[in-house]
Write a new protein. Sequence first.
Length: 181
Amino acid sequence: MTAILPDDSELSDAFSAGGEPALRAAYERWSPLVHSLALRALADPSAAEDVTQQVFVKAWRHSARYDPTRAPLGAWLVGITRNCITDALNDRQRHPSAADPVVVEETTAAPEPAFDLAERALVAGELDRLDEVPRKVMRLAFWEDLSHREIAERLDLPLGTVKSHIHRSLARLRTRLEVIE
């Protein structure tokens, strides 16, 4: 039985402190988003599953480095996801399979910028659907990599309000990406 932590703030704190229940809860909460991003970029369910596993293994190994005051856990995991996807795309380019014509064709393209552009377009499109204040909060968190406190100071908002906007917006983004998949 899995202990579900009630909100992202508690989950972030528990994850940075370590413990298998926190890893399990983070996986349950964020693995659909991680898998969606990997599947969208790699167009291969098996590779997307591998990337999802790699993301959570790396996150767990480096959980002591995670600082909940610098970024939401979901954003931190998306950053790790981007790196793992880039590694998978680079590996495809280095070791193309003759049985996979798509991979052979992709070796002449630059997959990293294409993924970055697609990911940014997807996230930007979803952020544009948010109301004005949550949109500003999320742009500062994702594009400028500001901490909750820095966002609160810049927008003159209470810290709890910033955290709530991030929590609700990430949940909405996760839901939308699951629907798009």
